[in-house]
Ligand binder design. Structure first.
Ligand SMILES: Nc1ncnc2c1ncn2[C@@H]1O[C@H](COP(=O)(O)OP(=O)(O)OP(=O)(O)O)[C@@H](O)[C@H]1O
Ligand SMILES: [Mg+2]
Length: 221
């Protein structure tokens, strides 16, 4: 729980697992249901096409990865997140907004921790320094076998492949295991969604889970 009046909902999963597709659909639905209450960001970064330091760091991370050592990469994620938290998440959560966030620190556990071998304790400690209490209230984990995720990305004509997408199958398999660790560690907030199901089913389930969560949340607050 974030401890702020607002609600923080994150989407997690492998590259190509369907996070953005499901969130686009849910964001549209809940923007109508709760007018002026929803905002949406992405991590790393902030808002697509916005010129800020978060998006500049995102560019360095996603398209210049080969030049970055694992530690440089890790601290760039932390740096981008520190700014995202301070400039966007905290103010919106203080105002009581429903914040949709495409990836957050669970991705760092999975990719930089399990994928690249940065110690999990270090990740949790350094990440904790910049969070300001913005723990997710609800995390939707789009679960998909690595083979299918890689296939979907290869077939996605609109996608500009990032350096992460070009990682080896072994790398993505370790990331998948990282997400199992996340699901186990944060059972209270993580809901696993079977992303092998058709888009409509995944979209409907996403809305159902968020709807139930928000109804309970608003009853309690
Ligand atoms: N349930 C689904 N069934 C089949 N294809 C899907 C499904 N959900 C998404 N896709 C397709 O898979 C591709 C990847 O989806 P999407 O961009 O939403 O994934 P993502 O998790 O946001 O990936 P990334 O981490 O790279 O941003 C897209 O071409 C999308 O249309
Ligand atoms: Mg996406």
């Amino acid at each position: 729980m974030s401890g702020y009046p607002g609600v923080l909902i994150t989407a997690e999963g492998l590259d190509g697992s369907g996070k953005t597709t499901a969130f686009d659909n849910a964001f549209e639905y809940f923007s109508k249901k709760y007018p002026n209450m929803l905002v949406r960001f992405r991590d790393p970064g902030s808002i697509k096409n916005l010129e800020d330091i978060c998006e500049e760091i995102r560019e360095m991370l996603l398209y210049h990865r080969k030049e970055n050592s694992n530690w440089t990469e890790f601290y760039l994620f932390v740096a981008s997140r520190a700014q995202l938290v301070d400039k966007y998440l905290v103010p919106n959560l203080k105002e009581g907004k429903i914040v949709f966030l495409d990836r957050f620190y669970d991705s760092t556990i999975a990719f930089q921790g399990f994928g690249n071998g940065i110690p999990i304790d270090t990740i949790l400690y350094d990440n904790g320094n910049v969070l300001q209490g913005t723990e997710p209230d609800l995390t939707l984990l789009y679960d998909l076998p690595v083979d299918i995720a890689l296939k979907r990305m290869a077939e996605d004509k609109n996608k500009k492949l990032t350096d992460f997408d070009k990682g080896t199958k072994d790398f993505h398999q370790r990331v998948w295991e990282g997400y199992q660790y996340v699901a186990d560690k944060y059972q209270d907030r993580v809901k696993i969604i079977d992303s092998t199901k058709p888009k409509k089913e995944v979209g409907d389930l996403t809305i159902k889970i968020i709807e139930e969560f928000l109804e309970n949340y608003f009853k309690a607050h």
